[in-house]
Ligand binder design. Structure first.
Ligand SMILES: *[C@@H]1O[C@H](CO)[C@@H](O)[C@H](O)[C@H]1NC(C)=O
Ligand SMILES: *[C@@H]1O[C@H](CO)[C@@H](O)[C@H](O)[C@H]1NC(C)=O
Ligand SMILES: *[C@@H]1O[C@H](CO)[C@@H](O)[C@H](O)[C@H]1NC(C)=O
Ligand SMILES: *[C@@H]1O[C@H](CO)[C@@H](O)[C@H](O)[C@H]1NC(C)=O
Ligand SMILES: *[C@@H]1O[C@H](CO)[C@@H](O)[C@H](O)[C@H]1NC(C)=O
Ligand SMILES: *[C@@H]1O[C@H](CO)[C@@H](O)[C@H](O)[C@H]1NC(C)=O
Ligand SMILES: *[C@@H]1O[C@H](CO)[C@@H](O)[C@H](O)[C@H]1NC(C)=O
Ligand SMILES: *[C@@H]1O[C@H](CO)[C@@H](O)[C@H](O)[C@H]1NC(C)=O
Ligand SMILES: *[C@@H]1O[C@H](CO)[C@@H](O)[C@H](O)[C@H]1NC(C)=O
Ligand SMILES: *[C@@H]1O[C@H](CO)[C@@H](O)[C@H](O)[C@H]1NC(C)=O
Ligand SMILES: *[C@@H]1O[C@H](CO)[C@@H](O)[C@H](O)[C@H]1NC(C)=O
Ligand SMILES: *[C@@H]1O[C@H](CO)[C@@H](O)[C@H](O)[C@H]1NC(C)=O
Length: 412
């Protein structure tokens, strides 16, 4: 029973964490001038040992994360390091130390994590604290530029691994303003400089030229109290892999007869689609305070062409906020939606109508159109209104003309 409670708490904590996407942390010097600004999402996996076995706990930086002002510093002549210390939860700490490597470069020279093991919502039945320090990192940028990295970056130190994403950081800020210039991380560059598209056949999942749209499949997930997910959509994977250091991309359409399974509880709904060696798992969450549900997580596994350096790909992103609609209503989008999963994978969704959690009468509820469709609708509406206006003007002109000519006859 106690175990269940802990799992529940952990789930709730994880969910709370995931709902929050990215936080901003700023450090100012004693004169109130900004010297450091950081925006990122972070997810921790901590391995800990209980009496009988090793266990992992995973959680995201929660919304209560805040800069600990008296431990953070802009540095000075004697100690030129800039230090950002972020506290969260029940006494957990994250410490990021920045240094100037030379006259034109700054780096994250150390990362430190300190977790309070007495926090039973994250670590059941433990006590004490665990500290991990990582010296050096490949996070570096030119001075007077901000470091940008949209891609996931995994940093592992001892028993803690950290997944960083959506990073915007600038240290050694001059003149109190964040620079407009950017240093883009190598992971993001790799993603944007994908060169030729070649397609090879992968058994069981249709490998297609990039223009072919996927066929629409219909999927349902049943829970203990009826249907908890209804979906009608075409799914396409866009995978990036390398052959002899060249980046290539491969587009795979999920066939509409893919095996579907899934599960649901009060907090999450999972749809798991499998075709051959390709698996797409979609995880939906709900935010009860805003009455919205949304696609929070995507897990993709697929085989890559035999010539590829990597034999298969596994990509995960658990901090999404896509396909968002009000609970009880369905999300609809005719336009193609591209959902970024990692620097190696994206999911293209075509012609989607989907509803998760509450589904009255096992049918789609009222439709909430996506923004893309609403924008597309605007053009026909404007054209239609203009045409209607024109017809009206012609009719009025005709009526006036007829009246005039009538009047003309009478005078004769
Ligand atoms: C940091 O993230 C917040 C919340 O996502 C956003 O409002 C803000 O504009 C971001 N700042 C920068 C500098 O990207
Ligand atoms: C961290 O890992 C080491 C070796 O794997 C282990 O001995 C230690 O107990 C771990 N720390 C915690 C807090 O579990
Ligand atoms: C915990 O996670 C790490 C990194 O993801 C992994 O290497 C390790 O095997 C996991 N340990 C357990 C007990 O699941
Ligand atoms: C920072 O402030 C807190 C209280 O706000 C205090 O408990 C702590 O000792 C201070 N730490 C340092 C390094 O001054
Ligand atoms: C660690 O967590 C326990 C239990 O929540 C709490 O009582 C304690 O104050 C925390 N320690 C720190 C340093 O915040
Ligand atoms: C943060 O790390 C730096 C070294 O990287 C250290 O000097 C400083 O004391 C640490 N601060 C806290 C609050 O742990
Ligand atoms: C600073 O260091 C980087 C990498 O170590 C190097 O590429 C760059 O040329 C150096 N710049 C200066 C001004 O020394
Ligand atoms: C927690 O620890 C106590 C004392 O070591 C033990 O009696 C209890 O069974 C443990 N509970 C769990 C859920 O492991
Ligand atoms: C610093 O900011 C002030 C006012 O915002 C501006 O006038 C000045 O040109 C800036 N200096 C530099 C070096 O960017
Ligand atoms: C697949 O991804 C690559 C690299 O981002 C991009 O150039 C290409 O247009 C994408 N293809 C499709 C069909 O989305
Ligand atoms: C799920 O919600 C139902 C009704 O609101 C409630 O009876 C049930 O206890 C909840 N289950 C869990 C695991 O929270
Ligand atoms: C999805 O289903 C496949 C087999 O149908 C299974 O091997 C896999 O573990 C499932 N994945 C998830 C995330 O449930």
């Amino acid at each position: 029973m106690a175990g269940r409670g802990a799992v529940g708490l952990l789930l709730a904590a994880a969910l709370l964490g995931f709902l929050q996407t990215s936080s901003t942390f700023q450090v100012k010097d004693p004169d109130g001038k900004l010297c450091l600004s950081a925006n990122f999402s972070m997810e921790f996996t901590v391995e800990f040992s209980t009496k009988s076995k090793k266990e992992n706990t995973t959680f995201a930086l929660p919304p209560d994360a805040h800069v600990i002002k008296n431990a953070s510093t802009c540095g000075n002549k004697q100690a030129p390091e800039e230090i950002l210390v972020v506290g969260f939860g029940k006494g957990h700490l994250l410490n990021m130390t920045f240094e100037k490597k030379n006259a034109s470069l700054y780096v994250v020279s150390a990362l430190m994590f300190k977790f309070n093991l007495s926090d039973s919502s994250l670590f059941p039945n433990l006590s004490g604290e665990v500290t991990e320090v990582k010296k050096g990192s490949d996070i570096q940028a030119d001075l007077n530029t901000k470091y940008l990295c949209h891609s996931n970056k995994l940093i592992t130190t001892g028993n803690v691994s950290v997944l960083l994403s959506n990073v915007v950081i600038e240290a050694y800020i001059t003149n109190d303003t964040i620079s407009k210039k950017e240093t883009i991380c190598s992971e993001d560059k790799r993603f944007t400089t994908t060169l030729p598209v070649i397609t090879t056949h992968i058994p069981s999942t249709t490998s297609v030229p990039p223009s072919a749209k996927p066929e629409v499949g219909k999927y349902t997930v049943n829970g203990s109290s009826g249907i908890c997910l209804l979906a009608s959509m075409g799914l396409q994977l866009n995978l990036t892999y390398s052959i002899q250091n060249k980046n290539l991309s491969k587009v795979l359409n999920l066939p509409p007869n893919a095996n579907s399974s899934g599960k649901c509880d009060n907090l999450t709904v999972t749809l798991n689609l499998t075709s051959g060696s390709t698996n797409i798992s979609l995880n939906f969450a709900q935010n009860s305070s805003t009455e919205k549900y949304f696609l929070r997580g995507i897990l993709v596994t697929a085989n890559l062409p035999t010539e590829a350096t990597e034999k298969s790909i596994k990509a995960v992103n658990n901090s999404l906020s896509a396909l968002k609609a009000t609970i009880g209503k369905s999300y609809k989008c005719v336009a193609e939606e591209i959902i970024w999963v990692s620097d190696k994978a994206s999911l293209n969704i075509y012609n989607v109508q989907i509803q998760a959690f509450k589904i009255a009468g096992d049918k789609f509820g009222a439709v909430e159109e996506c923004q893309l469709d609403e924008n597309n609708m605007l053009i026909p509406i404007v054209v239609g209104a203009a045409l209607a206006g024109l017809v009206l003007i012609v009719m009025i002109a005709y009526l006036i003309g007829r009246k005039r000519s009538h009047a003309g006859y009478q005078t004769i």
